[in-house]
Design a protein around this ligand. Sequence first.
Ligand code: CA
Length: 224
Amino acid sequence: MNILLIEDDVVLADGLTHTLNASGYSVTGASTGAYAEQLLLAQDFDLIVLDLGLPDMDGLEWLRKLRSRKIPLPVLILTARDGVNDRINGIEQGADDYMSKPFELRELEARVHALIRRCYGGFSNDIVLGRLTLDTHNHQLLVNGQTINLSAREYGVLEILLLQAGKVVSKDRIAQRLTVDGDALTDNAVEIYIHRLRKRIEPFGTLIRTVRGLGYLLERSDDE
Ligand code: CA
């Protein structure tokens, strides 16, 4: 899961990045609305955490533009202002949840989890495809109740493919998803993880197809 964090308070941004990284999310930070805009054009994100008090523009204005372009990404807003009005305005402009500063990092983490579940995983922590069940809470892959051991990166690749099952996921997107400390994976490394993952999951009625020039697609290979 790739999170775009738009926050100009460096200390808070560092804390959030650290907390979210520790629970398995990739975080890309932007300290201005304009830079966030550029990142949004260049990369794929799954969720946005948006501070309303940005140095170059009002976060609400940024959000309004995002929604006017029909970008449906879940957005959690952070507001330093205590006013109920800001929260109401935020929700009206299309925010999915909000937190008022100051807040506990752990609470934000829980809200991010919940939002992702709500938007991508139904009401469960599990993503199911055929005989595969990915337990996104415990970061485990289960087949018929048995755990299949995956490395953290294999898990990351499988999660993104499963969330988009039946759709093509680009190699770049996978590389970004597995970014550690700002270093995206090389194409070769992505191929290696895909290769390993195939060996793990293909015996269980699931297939990772290579769509030449575009990326990879996960689908069922059985007729169940
Ligand atoms: Ca701010």
